[in-house]
Design a binder for this molecule. Structure first.
Ligand code: ADP
Length: 366
C-alpha cells in the first residue's frame, strides 16, 4: 500500500491546451478514490500523469513521500486497467495473466500458483485456455483486472474499466472490484463519468469540471453538502432541481410566487444576499406529496404535470413549477396524471440555495 501526494499538478499539452489546473490531493494508503466528471474534464490526463504515461507540466507528485515526477511507469509500482481491456488477442487467458510476471522473471511455479489464485478470485478458472475473442465482455474485463492484481502492486489505476459492459454486467463488476479492493488493500484511483459508480465505490470522490477540481469528499459529503451548483447537479440521479429567483425582503420571489426563507435560513444569511439573484435547489427525492392539508415545516408548491415515468420503485414526475421544468421522485401509488395540477412540498431542511453569479452554495445556517 502506498500514499500519494499531488501538489499543484498541471497539465499543458504540447499544443498549448491546459487540461488540468492546480490539482491538489492527499491520497491515504489503501484508499479508493474516484475521479468523476463529464467527458473531457481532465480525469484521464490526471490518472495518466500518476501512472507516468504523461509528464507533469507543473507541480509535484510523491509516492510514499518520495518525489516521483521523474520516475518511469515501472518504477512507480502501479498497475493500470484500461477501458479497452488491452489484452493480447493471440494469447490465452493464462498467458495474458502470466505475461507481466514472466517479464519480471518470476519463477514458473510461482506464476502458475498466482495465475490460479487470481483466476479463482475472478471466476476465470474454467477459461484459462481460451483466447480473449472466445470470452464475453465481462470476462475480458475480468482478465484485464486480473492482469493488474496478479502483479501485487501497491497502486491500482483504473480508467473507465466498466464502460464497455452492459448495465447488468457493470453492476456485478462494480461490486467485484470493490471486493477485490477490500481483499488486496491496494491504493486505488478509479476514473469514471458515471456518478453512480463514484457514489457506490469510492471512499472519497474528486469531482472535476473543465480541468479544475470542484470538490473532494465522501459520497455522503458530496450528496448532502455540495459546494456549488455543478456538484449539486452532478451527484444524484435524477439531478437536483434548480429554480431561479430573487431575494427581496428576506423572501424569494419565484416568478411572483413568494417563498419566505426565514424558516430555512438565518437572518444574517438573508441580509447578506438581499437583492441578489438566488437559485433555489431541491432534490427530486426530497419532495413530499401534498394531500389534503399543506405539509408542515416545508415549502408547498403548485405545479403542472408534464410527464410521468413509472420506474417500479418510484415514478419520476416531470413538472412545470412557475415556468421552470423540474423532476420529482414520487411513490408510484401517489403518482399524478399528466396535464393535471399537482401539489408537493420541500421540507425546510432539504432546501439548497446558491448564489446565481458565483454558483457557490449559500450556507443557510451559521
Ligand atoms: P476525461 O478523461 O475527463 O474525459 P481527458 O483527460 O482525456 O478527459 O482530456 C482532457 C482534455 O484534454 C480534453 O479536452 C482533451 O481533448 C484534451 N486532451 C487529451 N489528450 C490530449 C493531447 N494529447 N493533446 C491535446 N489535448 C489533449
Amino acid at each position: 500500500m502506498a500514499y500519494l501526494t499531488l501538489r499543484g499538478i498541471n497539465k499543458i499539452y504540447p499544443n498549448g491546451y491546459h487540461a488540468v489546473h492546480d490539482f491538489n490531493l492527499e491520497i491515504e494508503k489503501g484508499e479508493f478514490i474516484v475521479f468523476v466528471g463529464s467527458s473531457g474534464c481532465g480525469k484521464s490526463t490526471t490518472l495518466r500523469m500518476i501512472a507516468g504515461l504523461e509528464n507533469i507540466s507543473k507541480g509535484e507528485f510523491y509516492i510514499d513521500g518520495e518525489r516521483a515526477n521523474e520516475k518511469g511507469p515501472r518504477e512507480r509500482g502501479v498497475a493500470m486497467v484500461f477501458q479497452s481491456y488491452a489484452l493480447y488477442p493471440h494469447m490465452t487467458v493464462y498467458d495474458n495473466l502470466a505475461f507481466g510476471l514472466e517479464l519480471q522473471g518470476v519463477d514458473d511455479d510461482v506464476i502458475e500458483q498466482r495465475v490460479k489464485s487470481t483466476a479463482a478470485i475472478l471466476g476465470l478458472t474454467d477459461y484459462l485456455e481460451r483466447l480473449p475473442r472466445e470470452l464475453s465482455g465481462g470476462q475480458r474485463q475480468r482478465v484485464a483486472v486480473g492482469r493488474a492484481i496478479i502483479r501485487k502492486v501497491d497502486i491500482f489505476l483504473m480508467d473507465e474499466p466498466l464502460s464497455n459492459l452492459d448495465a447488468k454486467q457493470r453492476v456485478t463488476m462494480r461490486s467485484e472490484i470493490t471486493q477485490i479492493h477490500r481483499e488486496t488493500g491496494a491504493t486505488t484511483i478509479y476514473v469514471t463519468h458515471d456518478q453512480t459508480e463514484a457514489m457506490t465505490m469510492a471512499d472519497r470522490i474528486v469531482v472535476m469540471k473543465d480541468g479544475y477540481v470542484q470538490q473532494v469528499g465522501t459520497p455522503y459529503d458530496l450528496y448532502f453538502e455540495p459546494t456549488n451548483m455543478f456538484v449539486a447537479g452532478f451527484i444524484g440521479e435524477p439531478p437536483m432541481n434548480f429554480i431561479e429567483s430573487r431575494l427581496e425582503n428576506g423572501k424569494l420571489d419565484i416568478n411572483s410566487n413568494i417563498v419566505d426563507l426565514s424558516f430555512a435560513a438565518d437572518r444574517e444569511v438573508l441580509e447578506k444576499y438581499e437583492g441578489k439573484d438566488i437559485v433555489f435547489g431541491f432534490r427530486p427525492e426530497a419532495v413530499k406529496v401534498v394531500k389534503d392539508e399543506p405539509v408542515e415545516n416545508a415549502y408547498n408548491f403548485s405545479c403542472v404535470v408534464e410527464l410521468v415515468e413509472l420506474l417500479g420503485d418510484n415514478t419520476n414526475v416531470y413538472v412545470d413549477i412557475y415556468g421552470t421544468s423540474s423532476i420529482l421522485k414520487v411513490d408510484p401509488h401517489e403518482s399524478p396524471a399528466i396535464n393535471t395540477g399537482f401539489e408537493f412540498a420541500v421540507p425546510y431542511g432539504s432546501v439548497y440555495l446558491f448564489d446565481k453569479e458565483t454558483e457557490k452554495r449559500i450556507k443557510l445556517r451559521k
